[in-house]
Design a binder for this molecule. Structure first.
Ligand SMILES: Nc1ncnc2c1ncn2[C@@H]1O[C@H](COP(=O)(O)OP(=O)(O)O)[C@@H](O)[C@H]1O
Ligand SMILES: [Mg+2]
Length: 367
């Protein structure tokens, strides 16, 4: 049985729900003149909010906007990976019959053939010089370079080098753009000045849950296409259970299809699917979200949990104990880590749906 739902990290969903406007506006931003602020974006969000899916969606459309894409994850080989990816992706333009790079003479400076560097360049040139050569060679056919960096780690040496190089390339008028994605906590660590300036200049997009209505519409179309019968009531309840959390949207959809046997979704199928989906959510999101936190952090979150998703600061402080001096640093750190947010004065909210339930289940009700 074909199941269009893919509840795993790092894949491109069959359809990207609720982010159409964002994708379009980001792509439009990349088209702005070289050096525009919109050409450098930073996407933040908790695990499962769809950062990687968003990058993949941008990658899928980048060609229409005149870019080849170099998609990499931050890490020790990031800079080499960027160069390799540009050569592979750009190389596709050179080879075959659709030679968009025709107008570039074969022996352009620094290249042996296509986008392959000469031995000298390959061995003794640095990242910036190589990028500069690649940008020029691609620009000759009106193609820009879009670098997508996933799992961004701002404190790394590679990010520092990338930030510096990007500014210089832009200064030199190269047709380059970049979209980075990462956990909110990755950005809040102490950063060196160069990376900080770079990230602060970037357009910042924080991914939140998508609308439940859009999830419902997506479910309705998908089940219909699959020929799976479902009542309007169960359809609404399935959408509501996801609370618009993209990863949960995939999980619930996946189990509904599996348990329906391709035929129909009844109360029993629904209940079993929700149970399986929430269990996977515990293991694949919450365990990982809480792992880097301290015992005090968890205690703070447990002081919020009895309220459900939204708490008043006063009440949390009372439960947490130890007065304002103890309370404030934890509050600030957890907001930085993106686990909770303060949508308005005196209010604290969990950023990930079901986290309060998870805490209550795992740590009990510590009121
Ligand atoms: N807008 C979306 N619509 C539908 N499914 C999505 C959407 N965004 C993400 N997903 C799905 O949610 C899961 C987690 O997404 P992913 O991009 O890997 O999260 P992140 O990188 O933020 O941790 C994947 O299964 C992905 O297909
Ligand atoms: Mg990801």
């Amino acid at each position: 049985m074909y199941n269009p739902f893919v509840p795993s990290f790092g894949n491109r969903p069959t359809r990207i729900v609720g982010r159409e406007a964002l994708v379009r506006s980001m792509l439009e931003g990349l088209k702005r003149p070289i050096g525009s602020r919109e050409r450098c974006a930073l996407v933040l969000g908790q695990r499962g909010m769809g950062k990687t899916a968003l990058l993949l969606e941008l990658a899928a459309h980048a060609n229409e906007y005149g870019f080849i894409v170099a998609r990499v994850s931050a890490g020790p080989s990031m800079l080499d990976d960027i160069i390799d990816a540009i050569q592979v992706e750009g190389g596709k333009l050179v080879s075959g019959t659709g030679t968009r790079l025709n107008n570039v003479s074969a022996g352009a400076f620094g290249f042996s053939v296509g986008l392959t560097f000469t031995k000298e360049v390959s061995e003794s040139y640095g990242f910036r010089a190589k990028m500069s050569l690649l940008c020029d060679r691609l620009e000759a056919s009106g193609t820009g370079v879009l670098v997508l960096i996933d799992e961004v780690q701002p404190n790394s040496d590679q990010m520092r080098q990338f930030a510096g190089t990007y500014q210089l390339l832009v200064g030199d008028g190269k047709n380059i753009a970049v979209v980075m994605a990462g956990l909110p906590s990755a950005i809040s660590n102490v950063l060196n000045d160069e990376v900080l300036t770079f990230l602060n200049r970037a357009i910042r997009e924080t991914l939140d849950v998508v609308s439940v209505g859009q999830v419902r519409a997506y479910y309705a179309t998908t089940f219909k296409e699959l020929g799976i019968a479902v009542t309007n009531d169960l359809l609404s309840r399935a959408a509501e259970v996801t609370r618009g959390f993209p990863y949960l949207l995939q999980l619930v959809g996946y189990y509904l299809v599996e348990y329906s046997g391709g035929e129909s979704i009844d109360e029993e199928v629904f209940a079993n699917a929700v149970e399986s989906a929430l269990m996977d959510l515990d293991h694949n999101v919450f365990d990982a979200t809480l792992r880097p936190l301290s015992a005090g952090d968890i205690e703070f979150l447990c002081a919020m949990a009895p309220d459900g998703d939204v708490s008043t600061t006063a009440e949390v402080q009372r439960r947490f104990g130890g007065g304002k001096n103890r309370f404030q640093p934890y509050r600030a750190r957890l907001i930085e880590a993106g686990v909770v947010c303060a949508p308005q004065r005196g209010v604290l909210e969990f950023t990930v749906p079901y986290l309060s339930e998870y805490l209550t289940r795992c740590y009990g009700n510590k009121t």
